[in-house]
Design a protein around this ligand. Sequence first.
Ligand SMILES: Cc1cc2nc3c(=O)[nH]c(=O)nc-3n(C[C@H](O)[C@H](O)[C@H](O)COP(=O)(O)O)c2cc1C
Length: 349
Amino acid sequence: MFDDLRFPVIAAPMAGGPTTPELVAAVSAAGGFGFLAGGYLSADALADRVAKTAELTGEPFGVNLFVPGGAASADLSEHIERWRTEAAHYGVEPGEPQWDDDAYAAKLGLVLERKVPVVSFTFGTPSPEDVERLHANGSKVAVTVTTPTEADQAVAVGADALVVQGFEAGAHRGLFADEAGAEGGGAQYGVLSLLRLVSARTDLPLVATGGLVHGADIAAVLAAGAVAAQLGTAFLRADEAGTQPAHRKALADGGRPTAFTRAFSGRPARSLVNRAVTDFSATAPSAYPEVNNLTKPIRAAAGKAGDPEVMSLYAGQTYELAGSGPAASIVERLQTEAREAATRLSRLR
Ligand SMILES: Cc1cc2nc3c(=O)[nH]c(=O)nc-3n(C[C@H](O)[C@H](O)[C@H](O)COP(=O)(O)O)c2cc1C
């Protein structure tokens, strides 16, 4: 799986706007592979994107889905009050902090109906029965994992490939369960460490992801045994990406560190540090998607107003090194850099 790509780069699914059919099609045309982001969308909106992408490219592409978790038991009242002040500032009402399952069953039905060739899952594994349904339909299944234990669980349900996510990665950690600690509890693995540990446990194809922004990084993870590298932040400022202007500007300006925060969504996610991250992270409860639904209209209003201090500026640790321009030129640069890295490695012979 993914070993037949002309260039083993995968455009990561980026829910919330950045991923567009145009981005997926452009990366496919340049010899890579792209995932549409199914998260947050209604099944109808995802169906439109699948249809649009199929119109733009004859190449195969994937769809990523969020596996729903349980309803939150945390007390949200303090966090709600904090966000209420921001909402008042923009003259909007906070969203309802309610649980939902992200229309999981309907979207799974859609990818089955459309026979999407690769379906990837984040925040958990699909059930073994759903994996069987996808297999029977000709689809391959990839699961994002952040620890060796999660890798074992993904192998156990019958995944065909694992997306091995290091803590460098932008936006949400793919954690199966969010536990205590700013980063979601448990051990934190960098992408190379996790790749090594997971490849010691399984022969499944591994896709490396997290902080990979240069062709040399792609060469590095291939050398470490990955079949491909999945890049998110590297494409956030691509012409074809749907990234909001204020987010693009904050990325281009640089100068901000990144940090894990539950402030925006109730799940640990890596964002550029802004006022919301600084002020709200310490008290942000583990309550996804309740907090995400709460803050959504406020973040949208901040985005419209071009205010980077209250938006979720999700990005990986190496964001300052990511470029802009057409996705094809970004892929071309990565390819040149990867080849240069491979030449440097030839001294090992
Ligand atoms: C803005 C943004 C949104 C993301 N949304 C998703 C998503 O919907 N599903 C998913 O599996 N991963 C998502 N990711 C994580 C990527 O799949 C990938 O692991 C990450 O981008 C890798 O780190 P990098 O951003 O440093 O390349 C997102 C990443 C970013 C930056």
